[in-house]
Design a protein around this ligand. Structure first.
Ligand SMILES: Cc1cc2nc3c(=O)[nH]c(=O)nc-3n(C[C@H](O)[C@H](O)[C@H](O)COP(=O)(O)OP(=O)(O)OC[C@H]3O[C@@H](n4cnc5c(N)ncnc54)[C@H](O)[C@@H]3O)c2cc1C
Length: 489
């Protein structure tokens, strides 16, 4: 299908190529598919016959499995993201949000920062092939107080915000004489016992326990960490036996692991659990699963009961032509499963492998070659439970403790995209082995104008993970800790 020159094109005056491949989403699937396609279609790209246009919200891909280490300060936040402009140098990149897709007309509606400033309304972008890879978002429930106080853990900004928040809570606890404020500040509730929740809790608990040695009035035993999981096990990805080991390991570190328990409310900064317990807290981290990106409901493409795009094992969208998908957004049949109708789980292991087949199939379809099916038997998983602690169940082999942690690091270092990022992460780990851990909170990075606003006679504003707290308001409602005199130990 060949369209007129540059209809709804992204570059004024530039001729619209014969075929535009539109990739929506610059995460695992988006970045790797575009990366592979730019290699496979090098000649066509060079001749201007094909264009790969990547539309994504951020100019970087986030390597999510490293977010817990970024939150713990083991890896600098910049090194868990990959700059798309540098890696996708043969693709066109448009930073913006796709808000709708009309596949019948082969157009995507996209909002960019410029469209907002111009006030001209969203862009209509025409395409010939669509790769829809917007991933997933946190799956929340209508729990009272959750939308106001919950903290997610899917983006690098959230990981850094959470690290700053935990250290700030320790600063608040250290500087108050009010036992209720101190207790709430030192109570950290994590909801969801999957990868994200367990690893984030494991790394942050480790970091906070280490940081406590630099507070004259906080002992590690004063910190209360609670993991709330609705089912009877955690880390289902590593199997039952290793999941039980992870529970024992966390409990041995004084983490209060509550299985078959749900968060019922977190209104008024009190986490109320289904077993009747109540925990005053300023920290409720919500990692209880994911659901497909909302964009999918604004398309004319078929969705399954869980809202994922119905796909074939060839990674085409079922029943339509020229539409492809993979990763968290796509319900791809797992053809290795014994039970028919099983879908590939939403994880990086599938996402990454699917991109290889996806890119090859797109290239094959452009040159009229047959498509192949995606097939991968789940290999098991590795998870970190903090520095030097881990659990793994890979290809039938079970590991725990230090060997599992080492395997976790090696596996993810190997999977981390680009040599540049691998080298930087390795250098950071090496340096961290030689020096003490970083325990500084740079919460002020989240409101960088505060200092100048004060100097210019304005009112200082503060915005932590709980959203804007207004001028000088702190989370205990008694003024920002930086603005008010410390209560003293
Ligand atoms: C903390 C954490 C730890 C994890 N650890 C592991 C692990 O150890 N092993 C494992 O296998 N998996 C792990 N996962 C899961 C894994 O990261 C995901 O399965 C994988 O990222 C899915 O890839 P994706 O491309 O489908 O989505 P993503 O990587 O999330 O990419 C989606 C992209 O689309 C963009 N986007 C969304 N909507 C729009 C829109 N409307 N317009 C434009 N752009 C849009 C997003 O900004 C994002 O860049 C972890 C996830 C988290 C959160």
């Amino acid at each position: 299908m060949v369209k007129a020159a540059n209809p709804g094109g992204t570059t004024p005056g530039r001729r619209r190529p014969d075929r535009r491949i539109l990739v929506v989403g610059g995460g695992y699937v988006g970045m790797y598919t575009a990366l592979r396609l730019q290699r496979m279609l090098k000649a066509e790209l060079g001749r201007g016959e094909v264009e790969i246009l990547v539309v994504t919200r951020d100019p970087y891909m986030t390597y999510q499995p490293f977010l817990p280490e970024a939150a713990a300060g083991n890896i600098s936040p910049r090194h868990v993201v990959v700059p798309l402009r540098r890696e996708l140098h043969r693709c066109a990149l448009l930073i913006g949000e796709a808000t709708a897709i009309d596949h019948a007309k082969r157009t995507a509606t996209v909002n960019t920062l410029a469209t907002e400033e111009e006030g001209a309304g969203p862009k209509e972008i025409a395409y010939d092939e669509l790769v829809l890879a917007p991933g997933s978002i946190s799956r929340t429930l209508p729990i009272p107080g959750l939308a106001d106080h919950g903290i997610g853990f899917k983006a690098v900004e959230e990981a850094i915000g959470l690290r700053n928040h935990v250290i700030e809570q320790m600063d608040i606890a250290s500087s108050t004489r009010d036992p209720a404020i101190r207790d709430a500040a030192l109570t950290f509730v994590f909801v969801g016992g999957g990868f994200a929740g367990v690893e984030a809790l494991g790394e942050l608990e480790d970091m906070a326990r280490y940081a406590a040695r630099y507070y004259h009035n906080i002992k590690p035993a004063d910190l209360k960490w609670i993991l709330v999981e609705a089912t009877d096990r955690i880390l289902p990805e590593v199997g039952e036996q290793m999941g039980k080991y992870a529970v024992r390991e966390l409990r041995a570190r004084n983490v209060d692991v509550r299985l078959e328990t749900r968060l019922e409310s977190c209104e008024d900064r009190v986490a109320v659990l289904s077993d009747g317990s109540r925990f005053p807290t300023r920290t409720v981290v919500w990692t209880a699963g994911v659901k497909p990106a909302p964009l999918l409901t604004a398309t004319d493409l078929p969705l399954n009961g869980r809202g994922r795009l119905r796909c074939t094992a060839r990674l085409t969208v079922e029943g339509v032509e020229h539409a492809w998908s993979a990763g968290d957004a796509a319900a791809v049949p797992d053809i290795t499963a014994d039970e028919p109708g099983t879908e590939c789980a939403p994880n990086a292991q599938h996402a990454l492998r699917q991109t290889k087949v996806l890119a090859e199939n797109i290239a094959a379809s452009l040159s009229g070659r047959p498509l192949r099916e995606y097939s991968h038997k789940y290999a098991g998983s590795v998870a970190s439970l903090g520095l030097h602690k881990g659990v793994a169940h890979v290809y039938g082999r079970k590991l725990k403790g230090y060997p599992a942690w080492l395997m976790h690091r090696m596996y993810h270092l190997n999977r981390m995209p680009t040599f540049n990022r691998k080298a930087r992460v390795l250098a950071e780990w090496t340096l961290a082995g030689l020096f003490k851990r970083e325990i500084v909170s740079l919460g002020s990075l989240e409101h960088p104008r505060a200092e100048f606003e004060l100097a210019a006679g304005g009112r200082r504003t503060s915005q932590g993970p709980d959203g804007p707290t207004g001028s000088g308001d702190s989370e205990d409602g008694r003024g920002s800790p930086k603005d008010r005199p410390k209560d003293g130990p």
